[in-house]
Design a protein around this ligand. Structure first.
Ligand code: AMP
Length: 216
C-alpha cells in the first residue's frame, strides 16, 4: 500500500505510521526524521537545514523533493510505503505525483489526522522523543516506565528543539499557510480518509485499520 499521513504537527501521525508500517511491512518514511538525521552532521547543508527546523519553517520544496525522490528509489519501497510529513505543500504534492506516475504507481489513500489545535499544542509541548529509535512519549498522557528512558530500546529521551512554544506557533502557521490546502486537494482526488485524532493511540489505530479495510 502507498499511503500518505497528513495532519497538523502533534496529530499523532508518526506514532500511528510507525505501528501501521510494521503491520503492513512497508517502510515508514518520515521526512522530519530524515532531516533530523541529516542535521546531526557538521556540514553547511546541515547547518542550513537546522536553521529551518529550529525555527519551525518548512525546508524548501526542491530539497525535500530531491530527498524523497532518492528515498523512493530504494527497493524497500517496491511493495509500498507510508509517507509521514510529506508532501507538505502543493508543489511537493505535484512532485510526488509526477514521481509516482513515472513508475506507473499510484497512491492508495491519504489519511488525514484531524485534531483541534489546542489539543495538538498540548501534545507537542509534553512530547519526549527517543534519540535512538524515534519512538514518542508524553510526560502526562504516555509516560515511559522509567523517566528519560525509551521503553522499547533503552535509548535516551529528549525534547525536540522545535517542541517549544515559540517554534510550535510557527509550525502551525506554516501548516495553515502551506499544508492545510492539501486536505481539499486529496479529497477532490477521491483519496482522503479522515481520522479523528483526539482519542487514545490504540483507538486511533483501530479506526485507521477500519478506514483502510483491515481488521485487527
Ligand atoms: P516533523 O517531524 O514532521 O514535525 O518535521 C519537523 C520539521 O522538519 C518541520 O517543522 C520542517 O521544518 C521540516 N520538514 C519535515 N518534513 C518537511 C516537508 N515535507 N517539507 C518541508 N519541511 C519539512
Amino acid at each position: 500500500m502507498r499511503l500518505i499521513f497528513l495532519g497538523a504537527p502533534g496529530a499523532g501521525k508518526g506514532t500511528q505510521a510507525a505501528r501501521l508500517a510494521r503491520r503492513l511491512r512497508v517502510p515508514h518514511i518520515s521526512t522530519g526524521d530524515m532531516l533530523r538525521e541529516t542535521v546531526r552532521e557538521d556540514t553547511p547543508l546541515a547547518r542550513d537545514l537546522r536553521s529551518h527546523l529550529d525555527s519551525g519553517r518548512l525546508v524548501p520544496d526542491d530539497k525535500m523533493n530531491e530527498a524523497v525522490r532518492a528515498r523512493l528509489k530504494k527497493p524497500d519501497t517496491d511493495e509500498g510505503f507510508i509517507l509521514d510529513g510529506y508532501p507538505r505543500t502543493a508543489a511537493q504534492a505535484q512532485a510526488l505525483q509526477e514521481n509516482l506516475s513515472e513508475k506507473g504507481r499510484k497512491l492508495d489513500a491519504v489519511l488525514y489526522f484531524n485534531l483541534r489545535q489546542d489539543v495538538a499544542v498540548e501534545r507537542l509541548s509534553g512530547r519526549r522523543t527517543c534519540r535512538n529509535c524515534t519512538a514518542n512519549y508524553h510526560v502526562k498522557f504516555n509516560p515511559p516506565e522509567k523517566e528519560g528512558v525509551c521503553g522499547r530500546c533503552g535509548g535516551e529521551l529528549f525534547q525536540r528543539d522545535d517542541d517549544v512554544h515559540a517554534v510550535i506557533k510557527k509550525r502551525f502557521e506554516e501548516y495553515r499557510q502551506k499544508t492545510v490546502s492539501l486536505v481539499d486537494f486529496y479529497r477532490n482526488a477521491g483519496l482522503l480518509k479522515e481520522i479523528d485524532a483526539a482519542p487514545a493511540p490504540d483507538e486511533i489505530y483501530s479506526r485507521l485499520l477500519t478506514a483502510l479495510g483491515h481488521v485487527e
